[in-house]
Design a protein around this ligand. Structure first.
Ligand code: UGA
Length: 439
């Protein structure tokens, strides 16, 4: 079976390399000549554990290649659409220019009966519109359209692709050609017991945005409880442990802090809210709007905490620990850490930002920030230390030694993952998020 993967960003590059590792012949297609050249040399433009070796093996085997021309996909049996659906410039909805561009392009170049599978995150209803576009342009060939959403997390992309929690095949007709072809593509995962959900197209499209919206809601819910905990003198970490022991709730994604960021959750809840409004469901749009607002407030609460601590000691220098949107990633898209740093800078603070792996991307996005080359350099003469991304390196800081470097031993732990008892014992004033009972 010959497969094309169109769009070689995070999702597409991972998908293409994983499919080649399973023995398929794969062509990855992207309009960016730089990206195609880099991938063809075996260079990944982002950090993802395990993927460089898989990319190199795919290229060496001859089963994996990359091209800028969509015509390289003409003789493929299955086409995966993996292009981006960023937030539109003018509003909250998803920009579908790339997805429809690919659909039109495929309609023009297809030379045989084939299956087009959407993986990009799209507003519900897009797949049916894509099927119309492709069929109106491609003459004389049978083209099936399916939606197969992707749930991979950055930092776990290879494992999430090869052994996902579940597979979803959204199809037009359950007895058509799409299901058998997709079963062939995912034969290994299915054989290993990965649950399969065969649905219609809208359910599959919605499954992706609903999953991200639910995760975002969980995080905003616990951040709302963190605010209450601070006001009422409770401890949100202990609270999350209690809630999490209820198997109906579960402990994961109940870590209060500076809120969620990245290239997916924030844009996906906004796009789902915009789609809900279009479909005539304003209460759903309001719910998602509140999730977004609470998430923004989580950032504001951290900024306010740092400023209040600075005022108390008449200080100005802040050590910022972390810049990426989460650890084990170099991604700074919609990073809460960078947003907080940017706002502190705007309030006149003198910042030293340190991130173990995200400094290059962070500097490109915020050239106005001052970056430190080490944790120690960031801590030097700080009036407040703010912990914004929970890299393991930060848990290894010796609080006693760190106290000797700063001007004032004040820590705002905006991820609640440092050993706050130990930092206090070393003489630090520590403020967590929602840890009123521990202050
Ligand atoms: C997310 C989803 O988890 C994936 O399932 C989905 O496939 C992906 O988006 C996507 O749509 O492509 P990702 O963006 O890699 O994956 O990041 P997550 O691990 O979900 O973390 C998102 C944000 O939530 C991070 O900023 C993280 O720090 C924050 N978070 C997470 C919390 O603040 N608290 C938590 O308890 C968990």
């Amino acid at each position: 079976m010959r497969i094309s993967v169109i769009g070689t960003g995070y999702l597409g590059a991972t998908h293409a390399a994983c499919l080649a590792s399973l023995g398929f012949e794969v062509v990855g297609i992207d309009t960016s000549a730089d990206k195609v050249a880099a991938l063809s040399r075996g260079e990944l433009p982002f950090r993802e554990p395990g993927l460089p070796a898989m990319l190199a093996a795919g290229l060496a085997s001859g089963r994996l290649r990359f091209s800028t021309g969509l015509s390289a996909a003409a003789d493929c049996d299955v086409h995966f659409i993996c292009v981006g659906t960023p937030q539109s410039r003018t509003g909250l909805s998803a920009d579908l220019t790339a997805v429809f561009g690919v659909a039109r392009g495929l309609g023009d170049i297809i030379e045989r009966d084939c299956l087009i599978v959407g993986k990009s995150t799209v507003p519900v209803g897009t797949a049916a519109a894509i099927a119309d576009v492709v069929r109106s342009t491609c003459a004389g060939h049978e083209v099936a359209v399916a939606w197969n959403p992707e749930f991979l997390r950055e930092g776990h992309a290879v494992a999430d692709t090869l052994r996902p929690d579940r597979l979803v095949f959204g199809v037009e007709h359950r007895d058509g050609s799409a299901v058998p072809l997709l079963r062939q593509v995912y034969a290994e995962a299915l054989a290993s017991g990965v649950p399969l959900h065969i649905t219609d197209l809208p359910t599959a499209e919605l499954a992706k945005t609903a999953a991200n919206a639910f995760l975002a809601t969980k995080i905003s819910f616990i951040n709302a409880m963190a605010e209450l905990s601070d006001l009422a003198g409770a401890d949100v970490v202990a609270l999350a442990d209690v809630l999490g022991d209820d198997t109906r709730i579960g402990r994961r994604f109940l870590d209060a802090g500076v809120g969620f960021g990245g290239g997916c959750l924030p844009k996906d809840i906004r796009a789902l809210g915009a789609r809900a409004l279009e479909l005539g469901a304003p209460a759903t749009a309001r719910l998602l709007g509140e999730v977004d607002d609470i998430n923004q407030q989580a950032r504001t609460r951290v900024v306010d905490a740092v400023l209040a601590r600075l005022r108390a000691v008449d200080g100005n220098r802040v050590a910022v620990l972390g810049a990426t949107f989460k650890p084990m990633s170099d991604d700074v898209r919609d990073s809460p850490a960078l947003a907080v740093a940017g706002r502190l800078l705007g309030r006149g603070c003198d910042l030293r930002v340190f991130d173990p792996e995200g400094a290059r991307n962070a500097r490109a996005q915020r050239p106005d920030l001052t970056f430190a080359a080490s944790i120690d350099a960031a801590l030097a003469d700080a009036d407040v230390v703010v912990h914004l991304t929970e890299w393991p390196q930060f848990r290894e800081i010796d609080p006693a030694a760190a106290a000797g470097r700063v001007r004032h031993p004040i820590l705002v732990d905006a991820r609640n993952t440092l050993d706050q008892v130990r930092w206090r014992a070393a003489g630090w004033t520590v403020q967590g998020v929602g840890r009123g009972a521990c202050a």
